[in-house]
Design a binder for this molecule. Structure first.
Ligand code: HEM
Length: 269
């Protein structure tokens, strides 16, 4: 077998998968271990758990805060994220539960292609916006462009091979099953698929190191997930550990000699 095919078909898929999972787990553990000594919800914040859940669900499903801030960006960002979710779900169905399409209806399978086209349009809008608007260009970093270009390339290849039926999905599915069983068979030797696949692996490896892992960060955002109850319940810092507290008199007795040797301005007498 071609050594390159061996590497991208047998080795790097596992590296990509485990980097993604372990990398995201590492980030969550790090975020969770950062002390949050204060209750700092962004006002006006809900006072009940149901309110918090409602607020966070609205943020999650409608991107409410972005909608309030920038309507055009909201449209681009929203279409992009919905298309991404549809793509991820349909990929899992395509690869592991292909029979499900018969249950859901093949009309939905057709619709996924249109979602891919919207995906591409939204990504192109986000990229053009970064390049064209001077204020957005000013705050854009190389990594902002890299992730968009990477996604555009992956999605373009996906839509292209899907539109022209360039890959046999059944053989991709068979190969993906074999990976899951840790007994890989050679991947389909189709250049469109292999390029799409390698770029997706690069994306998976990159995600934990990039700002794309913001989904989990958002769930852990203490300014959003805490209730606004500071007025009637004292927030006790959960990171406070017991410390020995002494009175001024005790302190004075303990360090009497040193204190008396120091003048009012701090100079030694
Ligand atoms: C393990 C990684 C991946 C594999 C094995 C894979 C495989 C495939 C295959 C075989 C197709 C053609 C489907 C068909 O003809 O019915 C496809 C299409 C597509 N892929 Fe992927 N893909 C992967 C990752 C991704 C990622 C990460 C994205 C985007 C973020 C993506 C976006 C798309 C899009 C938009 C299409 C066209 C519409 C559709 O059928 O979903 N793919 N992919």
């Amino acid at each position: 077998m071609d050594p390159l095919i061996f590497i991208i078909g047998y080795i790097t898929p596992y590296i990509a998968f485990f980097t993604l999972i372990l990398g995201l787990m590492y980030r969550v553990v790090r975020w969770l271990s950062i002390p949050v000594p204060f209750r700092l919800p962004v006002a006006p914040a809900p006072i009940t758990y149901t309110g918090v859940l409602k607020g966070m669900s609205l943020d999650f499903f409608a991107f409410r805060s972005l909608l309030k801030g920038n309507k055009k960006l909201w449209i681009g960002g929203y279409v992009f994220h919905v298309a991404l979710a549809i793509t991820l779900i349909s990929h899992i169905i395509n690869v592991y539960f292909h029979e499900l399409w018969a249950v859901i209806g093949y009309g939905w399978y057709e619709a996924v292609l249109y979602s891919g086209i919207f995906f591409l349009a939204a990504l192109s809008f986000l990229l053009v916006r970064r390049i064209v608007l001077p204020n957005v260009r000013y705050i854009s970093k190389l990594s902002d462009y890299i992730i968009l270009i990477l996604l555009i390339t992956i999605v373009f290849l996906g839509v292209y091979m899907r539109s022209f039926g360039l890959v046999d999905v059944a053989s991709v599915s068979e190969y993906m099953h074999s990976l899951l069983m840790f007994n890989p068979i050679p991947p389909p030797g189709n250049i469109w698929f292999l390029t799409h696949y390698v770029l997706a692996q690069i994306l998976f490896i990159y995600i934990p190191f990039s700002k794309v892992s913001h989904l989990i960060g958002w769930i852990l955002a203490t300014t959003r997930n805490m209730r606004n109850i500071t007025r009637w319940r004292r927030h006790v810092n959960p990171w406070d550990y017991p410390v020995e507290v002494i009175t001024w008199d005790e302190y004075y007795q303990k360090f009497k000699d040193e204190l008396e040797a120091i003048g009012p301005g701090g100079e030694r007498r």
